[in-house]
Design a protein around this ligand. Structure first.
Ligand code: AMP
Ligand code: MG
Length: 476
């Protein structure tokens, strides 16, 4: 524990318990830090007074400057496969772990700062972040949280007063992010590559204690750890698929051990259904396309399994067996989620799969469809109405006899408001010019995604046809 309790009681169990996977490092000094957005709900969960965070000392802490006595920020080491290629040393190139906080529900959370200057992992990049992408991460995390999907969340975005050179000079920013932890598949890969089994063991023990404490009682705790991560990630990617979320950069360093969504870069929500949907300018081969996400995740989990092998003793096919359970676990989560979206009492994977094919063929907007289905207007969305009728008749036969609460049940899991690409781009563009009003309007809409509110119609519409396809540029 730190000696200072001024704002946050910052702890550092990771650096203490797991040697060799973090480097003490300081943030660059932000010349003129100014708070742009503060997440009061997250502040309350952390047990920190939002008013104190708005004070100069609070804003300074949120950019990693003027740390309380005894607090050391650290850059975290990790490796990772990016685009399928192994990079032995990635790590926090532009981010620092501020510390750990036990929140008001007793959960240990990481506070992590992104955009704090180059660290020893910067690989020649500038270590900076800019306002637009950091607000984007804030918005996307809140959208996912409001949808009930496990995710890191932003506590704050602070503009630093520094200019950051991208394709043009942009205002610099630091995002303060809250996460169950920052352990990634890439962290385990890094520990395994160190060749020191004590490091790998310390990391795995820390991961078990922090995320899956009862796995410690299993016959083979490290195999159980692997099983739990596979299950948590299968559940997570199913949730992504059920809301049309495309992460965009599913490298192994962006796959968490906790099962939270992390690192919102060129991510976006799909409009019209197409498994090939990609938003990242870098993803020219569609490696991380919407429809590929479950199989890419399984590939990432295979990298986790092989990294844990040194801890698993005899090689008896157990890792392969756990890995082989992934497709079935994923299908089960997905089919159960689709059943809820369609108002069915029991999953019908074939009906759900056929729907996705039909929505794709008919170029129907994914989010619009499910609310139209509960409202009885879905047929209007199809050019081939008979194809819809044939599918709808199959669904009809599976609906419960008592339909009094059918629409209400469906509407509790099918969002009206998601951060649609054209709205997000417009809001972030305005924010870069100093106008945060559109950002707050969009944030407000997506923070209660299931509650239809009059006056917010503009937030439900896809971009007009003929609009340029949405592209997000990485490396920002
Ligand atoms: P990301 O795409 O944000 O997951 O980042 C991938 C890797 O690149 C991580 O190791 C980051 O720390 C690093 N990185 C990304 N942008 C920068 C930057 N501007 N300066 C230093 N490192 C960066
Ligand atoms: Mg990352």
């Amino acid at each position: 524990m730190t000696t200072s309790r001024v704002l946050l009681d910052l702890d550092g169990t990771y650096a203490r318990e797991v040697p060799g996977l973090s480097v003490p490092w300081s943030a660059v000094t932000a010349p003129a830090p100014r708070l742009l957005v503060l997440n009061e709900q997250v502040a309350a969960e952390l047990g920190v007074d939002p008013a104190a965070l708005r004070e100069p000392a609070g804003v300074s802490l949120l950019v990693g400057n003027d740390l309380p006595e005894g607090v050391t920020t650290t850059a975290l080491a990790y490796a990772g496969h990016q685009w399928g290629v192994y990079k032995p040393s990635l790590g926090d190139g532009r981010a620092l772990l501020l510390g750990e906080v036990v929140d008001s529900r007793g959960r240990r959370r990481d506070l992590h700062l992104k955009g704090t200057g180059p660290t020893p992992f910067a690989r020649g990049y500038d270590g900076m972040a800019t306002v637009g992408p950091m607000l984007r991460e804030y918005l996307m995390g809140e959208a996912m949280h409001a949808l009930g999907i496990p995710t890191t969340r932003a506590l704050a975005v602070v503009t630093t007063g520094a200019q950051v050179q991208r394709d043009r000079a942009l205002p610099g920013a630091v995002l303060c992010r809250v996460a169950a932890s920052h352990l990634r598949v890439g962290t385990v890969q890094y520990a395994a590559a160190s060749g020191d089994p004590t490091v790998l063991r310390a990391l795995a023990d820390h991961a078990i204690a922090r995320h899956f404490p009862d796995a410690a009682d299993a016959d083979r705790p490290y195999l159980e750890l692997f099983r739990r991560v596979v299950d948590a990630q299968a559940a997570l990617v199913a949730r992504w698929m059920l809301v049309g979320f495309v992460h965009g950069v599913m490298s192994t360093d962006n796959t968490t051990i906790s099962g939270e969504t992390i690192d919102y870069g060129p991510c976006a929500f799909m409009d019209t259904v197409d498994p090939a949907t990609v938003f990242s300018s870098l993803d020219t081969t569609g490696r991380y396309a919407y429809g590929k996400q479950p199989s890419i995740l399984q590939w990432n989990l295979a990298r986790l399994g092989e990294s844990l092998l040194p801890l698993l003793g005899s090689v008896d096919g157990a890792v392969e067996d756990v890995l082989a359970s992934f497709p079935e676990a994923y299908e089960e989560y997905w089919a159960a989620g689709m059943a809820a979206k369609l108002g069915l009492r029991a999953p019908d994977p074939q009906l759900a799969t056929d729907l996705m094919a039909l929505l794709h063929a008919q170029q129907v907007d994914f989010t619009t469809f499910f609310r139209a289905l509960s409202a009885g207007t879905a047929r209007d969305l199809f050019l081939d109405r008979e194809a819809f009728d044939a599918w709808a008749a199959r669904r009809e036969a599976l609906l419960p006899a008592d339909r009094a609460d059918l629409a209400a049940r469906m509407d509790r899991v099918n969002p009206v408001y998601i951060p649609r690409n054209h709205l997000t781009d417009a809001a972030l563009g305005a924010a870069e010019q100093g106008d945060l009003a559109p950002f707050h309007q969009l944030l407000d809409a997506i923070s209660s995604p299931f509650d239809h509110r009059p006056g917010l119609e503009a937030f439900t519409r896809p971009a007009s046809t003929g609009a340029l396809p949405h592209i997000t540029y990485c490396g920002t």
